[in-house]
Write a protein that binds this ligand. Structure first.
Ligand SMILES: [Zn+2]
Length: 272
């Protein structure tokens, strides 16, 4: 925010001492000059510290922080002071009145409390954002499902859609029904399908009319626990006019670029 750059943190650490009037003349002048540059962080810190100091002015020396806090706070103050040797050398211990130590402890407590408050506020914001994100994802998911169901319903009900019966080569296998809409895609559905073993899956193929052309891979889907199969292919790799038949094979999870087993179901696409 200002050209003090790397020194900003250093000044920020001196603000409480500045407000307490416990800096030496040189440091005091330096902090004053820094504040004159308009550093927002230090200015705000100074306001907070001055407010606290003005309240501390009413405190009697014995009105130090609560007994349960005092020991720990003074311990922290001493640790801080030991760590910042330059700071302690600037303020000789004997020159500090007893009430000042209480003030320093209070300032420190104030800073710790603020840090704690800021943390719990951040935590609250984070949790709220998480809940909102989850809610939005849920709404997007249901909107997506609804759009999907609407698309499927349109494909199934549009009289222009082509109905393709897909019969199974194996006896006892239920027949599947494919419905192909020229612009909305293909729906393949069936009931009471056996579950492919392991995590193998069923994959749809478009067999092109062009002689010698390879089957075009499409989507994969496992039947649900009830054996219901309901596959919607919104963007088939080819049009009905270029396709001779639809086929479904069993493939490893994720599908294959070309069939690795003989089709279980096949249905001829009526020429148009
Ligand atoms: Zn600053």
């Amino acid at each position: 925010m200002n050209n003090a750059g790397q020194f900003r943190d250093h000044f920020r650490e001196l603000i409480e001492a500045y407000a307490l009037g416990s800096l030496d003349a040189e440091e005091r002048a330096a902090v004053g000059a820094h504040l004159a540059t308009g550093c927002e962080e230090c200015t705000r810190a100074l306001e907070d510290a001055r407010l606290l100091v003005s309240q501390l002015a009413y405190l009697a020396p014995e009105a130090a922080p609560l007994d349960m806090l005092r020991g720990r706070l003074l311990q922290t103050v001493r640790a801080e002071a030991a760590a910042a040797k330059a700071y302690t050398s600037a303020i000789s211990k004997s020159a500090i009145p007893l009430w000042m130590w209480g003030a320093v402890a209070a300032v420190l407590f104030f800073a710790l409390y603020n840090a704690y408050e800021a943390h719990s506020l951040r935590e609250t914001i984070r949790k709220t954002q998480e809940a909102l994100t989850a809610q939005m994802e849920l709404q997007q998911e249901s909107a997506r499902r609804l759009a999907w169901a609407q698309r499927e319903a349109l494909i199934l009900t549009d009289p222009r859609s082509m109905k393709i019966a897909m019969s199974a080569g194996t006896k006892g296998m239920p027949e599947l029904q494919a419905t192909w809409h020229h612009s909305m895609g293909i729906v393949v559905s069936g009931q009471k399908l056996p579950m492919p073993s392991g995590n193998r899956t069923l994959q749809l193929w478009l067999i092109p009319k062009a002689p010698g052309a390879k089957p075009m891979p499409s989507m994969t889907l496992r039947p649900d626990a009830d054996g219901t199969f309901d596959l919607l292919v919104a963007n088939p790799p080819d049009s009905p006019s270029g396709t001779k038949s639809l086929a479904i094979t069993e493939e490893p999870a994720g599908g294959s670029p070309q069939p690795t087993s003989t089709p279980i179901w096949v249905g001829a696409v009526a020429g148009k």
